[in-house]
Design a protein around this ligand. Structure first.
Ligand SMILES: [Zn+2]
Length: 507
């Protein structure tokens, strides 16, 4: 996953230059070879292109963007642009340039699925991802990536999922009380995680201990709102992002307090290790009923007061509408041509879908519920956007129907369906993402001085957001990949995914 590193030349290695012309020219050739293979030094100019810089400005036509050393060094009207000698020129006539995209909710980027999913990300214009279920030791994992020469996105890396007793996912770190909550924050910060990933089953006291310890130590915590906590409480406790709108609809209901208590009782009954099937079925039916009730008791004034708290506390939302829609579309459309890029193990999980563990009547009810919740979620996203709640684009990639790389384009379209303008949707995957990971000074928009992560589109994404799929070229850290190279990247991903030794570990 490593980005291309600029080699460091120490002065004594430069000395031969003065001693021998032959050695000097060899050195130059070496340098040139490095430049052309890594693309970090030779100038690159995207000429006569329409720039959508994602700062919020309108699109600018007839622009030229100059890139040197992995950075944007010029953004100016083509008439005035200084084109460096020997620059590689990409003709952008009739085309559109946007910043590289970030998928802010993925899985699998830091496990055995990384090698092929990284290629799918880059080939789809995704230059950065937030990994929501990281390895036990982030430092150790990063060290294993140092030898990787394939292009890969920047990874903002979470801790493993931190859940309560009887966790949903087997690889989770289980935290049962306050002391363990504090300990996991300390441990994961020392091991290099960028944030603590909190999950639904965390007990109340453990959750608030995590929040407190994370604040003291200056590491963010991001994830689900646990069932034992309300969305407003999580926002107040400083949770940096809420995923999949967990418990947000509940917080928009007039009856939040009574439904929350009921939910906890039912979840405990459903998850209890000694629960027999009839008990699970009864609890499951009641959870479905309760969730329908939450949708039915939506109240706009209650919702607005919750959104105002999100704005005040700076609580980001990653709605993952792609996931919510995939849960309706189950079973999978087996004709989707993108399925060929998945490993066998991932494909098997996708074929099983979301409901294979449930008896058919429950399955029907759950899909009906998923439909109602998807519609309500889109309504909530539209209202949150109007209210100024900060929004991130994320897919929940590796879950059935959520494609690595391709999925971000699905999410952008769904955000527009929910009421975001095409520009706002683009910003959710570019400017907002950079701001969220603390890199807005160096990434996320097309401005001089920023890292050259760019996507060149054939068609205008502001006219139709589906046009983000019309990718002609990707620039990753200054390195240009034209369409043919992106196709080769897809082909390589397919080859890597079809190898037998790749797994589907984790979520
Ligand atoms: Zn997830």
């Amino acid at each position: 996953m490593t980005r291309i590193l600029v080699p460091l030349f120490t002065p004594h290695r430069l000395r031969p230059v003065h001693r021998s012309n032959l050695r000097f020219s060899l050195f130059l050739m070496f340098l040139l070879a490095l430049c052309s293979s890594h693309g970090w030094s030779q100038s690159l100019v995207i000429k006569d292109v329409t720039v959508i810089d994602a700062t919020g400005h309108a699109a600018q036509t007839n622009m030229s963007v100059t890139i040197e050393g992995g950075h944007i060094v010029g953004v100016s009207p083509s008439k005035k642009a200084h084109i460096p000698k020997n620059a590689t020129i990409v003709d952008g006539t009739g085309k559109f340039l946007i910043p590289g995209l970030w998928d802010m909710h993925v899985h699998g980027a830091s496990d055995t699925r990384g090698p092929w999913s990284h290629l799918l990300f880059v080939a789809n214009g995704v230059v950065g991802v937030r990994d929501m279920s990281g390895p036990p030791d982030a430092h150790a994992w990063r060290a294993t990536q140092a030898s990787n020469t394939d292009p890969s996105p920047t990874i903002y890396l979470g801790s493993p999922i931190v859940d309560g007793p009887d966790p949903t996912w087997p690889d989770s770190i289980v935290v049962a009380d306050e002391a363990q909550g504090r300990e996991v924050v300390d441990q994961q910060q020392q091991r290099g995680a960028d944030f603590i990933k909190v999950y639904s089953g965390l007990p109340r006291n453990a959750y608030f201990a995590i929040a407190d310890e994370a604040k003291k130590r200056g590491i963010p915590f991001e994830g689900h709102v646990p069932d034992a906590v309300s969305a407003a409480e999580a926002s107040g406790a400083g949770q940096k992002s809420i995923e999949h709108l967990t418990l947000v609809a509940e917080g928009c209901s007039k009856e939040e307090k009574t439904t929350a208590a009921e939910r906890q009782r039912l979840e405990a009954s459903f998850r209890a290790p000694d629960a027999k099937m009839p008990q699970k079925i009864a609890a499951g039916q009641n959870i479905i009923r309760l969730n329908f009730h939450v949708v039915e008791t939506f109240d706009e004034a209650t919702a607005q007061s919750l959104f105002a708290q999100f704005v005040k506390n700076g609580t980001w939302q990653t709605p993952t509408l792609t996931l919510l829609q995939a849960q309706i579309d189950d079973p999978l459309n087996t004709n989707d041509p993108r399925l060929k890029y998945l490993s066998k193990e991932v494909r098997a999980k996708w074929d099983a879908g979301y409901y294979s563990h449930f008896p058919p009547p429950a399955r029907t009810a759950m899909i009906q519920l998923a439909k109602a919740e998807f519609d309500e979620s889109k309504k909530i996203v539209g209202l949150m956007y109007q209210a100024g709640v900060p929004i991130l684009a994320g897919t929940d990639t590796m879950n059935p129907g959520c494609f690595p790389g391709f999925g971000i384009h699905d999410e952008l379209a769904l955000l527009v369906e929910a009421g975001l303008s095409p520009l706002a949707a683009l910003q959710a995957a570019t400017r907002n993402a950079a701001q969220f990971v603390g890199q807005l000074d160096s990434r996320g928009t097309i401005e001089v001085g920023k890292t050259a992560d760019l996507v060149l589109l054939e068609k205008d994404p502001l006219a139709d957001i589906h046009n983000t799929r019309s990718i002609q070229a990707v620039v990753l850290n200054g390195r240009l990949f034209q369409r043919a190279e992106l196709d080769a990247m897809l082909a390589k991903a397919q080859t890597l995914a079809s190898r037998d030794d790749v797994g589907a570990s984790g979520k």
